[in-house]
Design a protein around this ligand. Sequence first.
Ligand code: DX5
Ligand code: ZN
Length: 219
Amino acid sequence: MTKISPSILSADFSRLSSEMDKIKAAGADWAHLDVMDGMFVPNITFGPPVIKDLRKCSDLVFDAHLMIQDPVRYIDRFADAGCDIITVHCESEGDVQAAVRKIRDHGIKVGVSLNPETPLEKIMPIMDDADLALVMTVHPGFGGQSFIHDCVPKIRRLSEWSEREGRDMEISVDGGVNDETARICVDAGATVLVAGSFLFKSDDMAGHIRDWKAMRRSE
Ligand code: DX5
Ligand code: ZN
């Protein structure tokens, strides 16, 4: 089964609580929470106080994607807010390894993400300490961009590496996921699909989630 993590970046922020209910009712496994600081990416979203309040009204797995500089400064606050998975970017300024250790110290799952132009080699030294790799298939910062097909070999190589090493690791793909690209990602070895604009614009979010969850690698 493929896990589906709808990104609430495309939700209506004036009624986030009911948007969380909507993705849960549609069959989502996780809720993808895009945190942006206006520095690592040219956009600002929300932080620990909003996540803490969402935690009161949702029992979905909180899959936080920190697009922020020097993330180690904020790990305690995101963990205390109730995140279940915290993903940091290998390109962030500051001590990313220290951020990874801090996430682990909180007993929650560690994710490491890489931008489309970043070679896989950059995250491999950290992968031993990670539970999830988040492969960006758009430039982080905004929803609604087109999937960058050049990133697909990274999904495939991560999947092969994880199998070879006998790792129980999630390979998540984020950006431009729709019916067509979901298939490509799963065939390359993705185990989690993050999707924002496509799911929130759809008249049948539940139908897409059901179909994507049922996808198996076809090669
Ligand atoms: C982009 C975010 C994504 C975004 C994906 O920086 O990390 O999670 O919400 O949006 P779509 O699915 O619209 O590409
Ligand atoms: Zn994201």
